[in-house]
Design a protein around this ligand. Sequence first.
Ligand SMILES: NC(=O)c1ccc[n+]([C@@H]2O[C@H](COP(=O)([O-])OP(=O)(O)OC[C@H]3O[C@@H](n4cnc5c(N)ncnc54)[C@H](OP(=O)(O)O)[C@@H]3O)[C@@H](O)[C@H]2O)c1
Length: 336
Amino acid sequence: MGGPGLACAAVRAVLIDQPGDESVMKVGEAPEPELGPGDLRIRVAAAGVNRADLLQRQGLYPPPPGASPLLGLECAGEVVEVGSAVSGWRPGERAMALLAGGGYAEQVVVDAGSALRVPEALSFEQAAAVPEVFLTVFLNVFQLAALPDGGGLLVHGGGSGIGTAAIQLAKAASARVIVTAGSAEKCERCLALGADVAVNYRDEDFLEAVKKATDGRGVDVVLDSIGAPYLEANLKSLAVGGRLVLIGLMGGAKAEIGLGLLLAKRLSVIGSTLRARPAEEKAAIVRGFEERFAAHLADGRIAPVVDRVVPLDAAGDAHRAMKASEHFGKIVLRVS
Ligand SMILES: NC(=O)c1ccc[n+]([C@@H]2O[C@H](COP(=O)([O-])OP(=O)(O)OC[C@H]3O[C@@H](n4cnc5c(N)ncnc54)[C@H](OP(=O)(O)O)[C@@H]3O)[C@@H](O)[C@H]2O)c1
């Protein structure tokens, strides 16, 4: 940052004067972020929109200490500067990155361990839809909940960014995938993406559907972002020794359940967030994902589902669409 008399470079970014509805987001100028020795500077071409951005905009999900105050948990673009301690990256390479914030801007700096190379087959707009949801699903379903090859997975919100990534990664592991979604059309699209069973939660009981689909055994893993209202049925959907991973609380945070359920079936409940993890942990998640799935991404066996691309100065429209759950897959902002 420049002192008095020194020009401080600025970049276009979505700014928020004070927390509020979609109208508080305005494109303006933010200071160019400072590059640390372990960082990459990326000229952002596109940024993914995530449900958490809607909470942050309203002041309900503050960035972790040290993170950019700007919105944006993922981006893709060209590397334009490489920190002195970074090896393996060069200016001019195409990168997609998991961010603790700052993606709704023309430039970001990010720890090199949080960046992945963009496969040739993907545009920047597609690549910007990869890091947050694919890495979250990889972390939670594979690393934390250890979904076995050929195991059973229940995912709520099959048409969400998270859901569309989960269906594909789990199918790549030959799992049997059951999803919930809020319309017949979204259910159809989940099936077309590879889900084995899709339950319209508005008119069908997902626990009954799980029992039917698994001959009463239950699934090995539930990936849930609904929280309280689904807790009991989620636990009842699990097989003996099953794992419920809770990554969101869209339906509420307080629930009362009989703990006997956990004992009788020897269940585990895991709560997890990705954003606040230290850089080294994120780097380990990125490496694990690349080892297992980079080839799938490169040859198209898995691919981000991009619902729409919206210009940066229409970020409010993107948030409105996400709030109304109009989308299937990801909403992406075109930044530059
Ligand atoms: N903990 C972490 O590290 C982490 C990381 C990333 C995301 N997340 C969380 O994961 C969730 C999904 O994120 P996203 O960005 O993928 O969001 P998204 O694309 O906006 O998807 C959320 C979807 O959930 C569906 N939904 C709403 N109520 C539902 C219900 N009762 N049952 C089943 N589905 C329901 C909605 O679609 P329909 O109702 O139309 O089907 C909605 O589109 C959010 O809660 C987010 O905070 C957590």
